[in-house]
Design a protein around this ligand. Structure first.
Ligand code: SAM
Ligand code: SF4
Length: 341
């Protein structure tokens, strides 16, 4: 494949062959492709805000917010608007260019809470950062309302392969997930879809997930690579560690097969040393989540903080990326660009 071509017809065998190449050859190839499509000095810093925490009816086996598991995460009401805006403003002043608002919902309902989320989207969008939401399943009409409010991206992770999905979540299907992604794709909102390593899946399951993502046309503009945060009380609390080499292989393979997507090194980054993170950036990861609360999503999911990340990026000669520079083909324009002038 030339450094500049985009392909949507990858086979599982081709992806497996890329993934299984010798580690240094794989990283070299991914780094070369990364440089052809992205500024390798840029890393997008994102802030995830859990605007509605806990009490979720779904049974995702990894999740601290499922009401089915005793994880110590209490259900809370929708976060106050002033609090969300204050967090988003602090985030922006710390170099964050994407703010993602997450809700522990199975799906969005057309109710007062959705109206409140639309209001939050408008207000955070007015700060001039990319606004992302992850609210569960979504209809096309709801996706359009989010788009009208200024939503830039919608996150909906596939988590793993179609074959392994039922080992992780039984309260919805893989096709339900794909349907929401298709609904978002009918709008101008960009797609953020990825998975989790360490759920007990095989390498073939990782290839299956990458295959599903890389055969979407267009590719998701964002591909989060999460490493399982083992949450006591969940069915997946005792899963084995994921080695750096496994993580690196998935990042590098994603970079090679989806060259223009932003690869987001997301949950579980606190498990990686600075040297390990540097290797992930070299292999094509170009986004991280950071916070001033040492918390990715809930009190049981840690993340690195703004100051330590600023130090790490500076040491590596990297800098935070400005908003609205998505690499993918169809949705490259800023949302309502005039409001960000
Ligand atoms: N309820 C929404 C949904 O299911 O789409 C939002 C879910 S959560 C905020 C977003 C994503 O975080 C999940 O889809 C999952 O991929 C990831 N995640 C949640 N808990 C995790 C954990 N313990 N370890 C790694 N990733 C996790
Ligand atoms: Fe609910 Fe989302 Fe957690 Fe699943 S991942 S239990 S849908 S909050």
């Amino acid at each position: 494949m030339s450094a500049s071509s985009l392909r949507y017809d990858w086979t599982r065998e081709e992806i497996r062959a890329i993934h299984d190449a010798s580690a240094l050859e794989l990283v070299y190839r991914a780094a070369t492709i990364h440089r052809a499509h992205h500024d390798p000095r840029e890393v997008q810093v994102c802030r995830l805000i859990s605007i509605k925490t806990g009490g979720c009816p779904e049974d995702c086996g990894y999740c601290s917010q499922s009401a089915r598991y005793a994880t110590g995460v209490a259900a809370q009401p929708l976060m106050d608007k002033a609090e969300v805006i204050a967090i988003a403003e602090r985030a922006k002043s710390n170099g964050v260019s994407r703010v993602c608002m997450g809700a522990a919902w199975r799906s969005v309902r057309d109710d007062a809470q959705f109206e409140a989320v639309l209001d939050l989207v408008r207000s955070v969008n007015a700060l001039g950062v990319e606004v992302c939401c992850t609210l569960g399943m979504l209809t096309e009409a709801q996706a359009r309302r989010l788009e009208e409010a200024g939503l830039y991206a919608y996150n909906h992770n596939l988590d793993t392969s179609r074959e392994y999905y039922r080992q992780v979540t039984t309260t919805r299907s893989y096709d339900d997930r794909l349907e929401t992604l298709a609904n978002v794709r009918k709008t101008g909102v960009t797609l953020c879809a990825g998975g989790i390593l360490g759920l007990g899946e095989s390498v073939d399951d990782r290839i299956g997930l990458l295959h599903t993502l890389a055969t979407m046309q267009p590719h998701p503009e964002s591909v989060p690579v999460n490493i399982l945060t083992r949450v006591p009380g969940t069915p997946l609390a005792s899963q084995a560690d994921v080695s750096l080499w496994e993580t690196l292989r998935v990042i590098a393979t994603a970079r090679i097969i989806m060259p223009r997507s932003v690869i987001r090194l997301s949950a579980g980054r606190t498990q990686l040393s600075e040297e390990a993170q540097a290797l992930c950036f070299l292999a094509g990861a170009n986004s991280i989540f950071s916070s001033d609360a040492k918390m990715m999503l809930t009190k049981v999911s840690p993340t690195n903080d703004y100051d330590e990340d600023a130090r790490l990026l500076a040491m590596l000669g990297l800098h935070p990326r400005s908003p609205f520079k998505e690499g993918c083909a169809v949705n490259a324009e800023p949302r309502a660009a005039a409001t960000h002038a």
